[in-house]
Design a protein around this ligand. Structure first.
Ligand code: NAD
Length: 321
């Protein structure tokens, strides 16, 4: 049986990745600082470990027979939406650099054959709405909009360097905004799709919701099942270097908000208010990931409908206490 370690298995994408690997017939160990908040983990084994500590990385990577894993998926990170990233820049730089340095170093030293690192399109500079797509190599010369993006760029290089030195096969995806059920939806770490779903679910029919910015920022939102499928294909491909992973359906924040409102069936007014919105536009080439036959199967409307239903149920449950 192929063995896989999923770091960050108590989180949103890591939790969904564990399910995917189990469906593919793997033996899976999940590791995180905390258990999954929204669903019992489907991992065969789940260890609570702080991966900023190299001893804990070694423990995470050691199987009971003393060997190590066939595949390691590194998704653990101190992260959240723009609200979190803008106030926690020291924590983001410090904690994520430690996790990524110690995990890549320890995995390479222990002889892990295949290692996946979850990067982000936050490594790219800001763009104008009508600019042609940027390809992976256009991340350099670098000018990320925030410290989270700078750390991801550094960690990509760390991971590739350890891969070269120790002969470890490294695969890197730069995720675009990912959304879906069983992710943070309240508490400050939630990202835009979840925050908007929550606000719409909480407000009375006919009420108003505040949305940060002016609605013109342009993004691609990728449903979590599609993203996890992309991670799996990339891990088993021969694509070297970072690969953009996200769909082609570019929408403004105003269009995202409108989709949520339509799905909810409520009549709601939108008040745009000042807040941390991040870059103005995103547009990346998907040629590399598409070369693996990957394309998203879930439209924004369908994905938002599934996410809204889940968040609406969470809101109802939290009101019942
Ligand atoms: P998440 O916050 O839901 O999951 C990350 C998990 O890492 C959390 O459960 C957290 O407890 C864990 N973690 C944090 N510090 C740790 C530590 N010291 N030791 C062990 N575990 C620790 O985030 P997510 O959305 O599932 O993101 C997964 C990965 O994908 C991250 O690396 C993130 O940067 C990257 N990414 C996500 C998106 C997105 O849209 N969600 C976009 C680009 C990149």
């Amino acid at each position: 049986m192929t063995t896989a370690l999923v770091c960050g298995a108590g989180g949103f994408i890591g939790g969904h990745l564990v399910k995917k690997l189990k469906r593919e017939g793997y033996w899976v160990r999940g590791v995180d600082l905390k258990p999954h908040e929204f669903a019992p983990s489907q991992a065969d084994e789940f260890l609570l470990l702080d991966l900023r500590d190299p001893q804990n990385c070694r423990q995470a990577l050691t199987l009971q027979n003393g060997g190590t894993f066939d595949e390691v998926y590194q998704l653990a990170a101190d992260m959240g939406g723009m609200g979190f990233i803008s106030v926690a820049e020291c924590e983001v730089l410090h904690n994520n650099a430690l996790i990524n340095l110690h995990m890549a170093h320890t995995a390479a030293e222990m002889g892990v054959p295949r290692y996946f690192f979850s990067s982000s399109v936050c490594v790219y500079r800001d763009m104008q709405p009508d600019e042609p797509p940027l390809a992976e190599e256009d991340a350099i010369p670098a000018n990320p909009d925030n410290e989270y993006g700078w750390e991801k760029l550094y960690a990509e290089r760390v991971t590739m360097a350890y891969g070269r030195r120790y002969g470890m096969t490294v695969r890197i995806a730069r995720f675009e905004n990912c959304y879906g059920p069983e992710g943070a939806w309240t508490g400050g770490r939630e990202k835009a799709p979840a925050a908007i779903c929550r606000k719409v679910a909480e407000v009375e029919d006919g009420g108003a919701i505040p949305v940060w910015g002016d609605g013109t920022a342009m993004r691609v939102f990728t449903y979590v099942d599609d993203l996890v499928d992309g991670i799996y294909r990339l891990m088993h491909s021969d694509l070297e270097g970072p690969v953009n992973l996200g769909g082609e359906e570019r929408v403004t924040v105003a269009e995202l908000v409108q989709t949520v409102i339509e799905v909810s069936g409520k009549r709601i007014k939108v008040q745009y208010v000042p807040g941390p919105v991040g870059v103005q536009a995103r547009n990346f080439s998907k040629a590399r990931i598409q070369s693996l036959g990957w394309e998203p199967k879930v439209s924004l409307r369908e994905g938002i409908a599934r996410t809204y239903r889940w968040i609406e149920a969470q809101v109802r449950q939290s009101r019942r206490g």
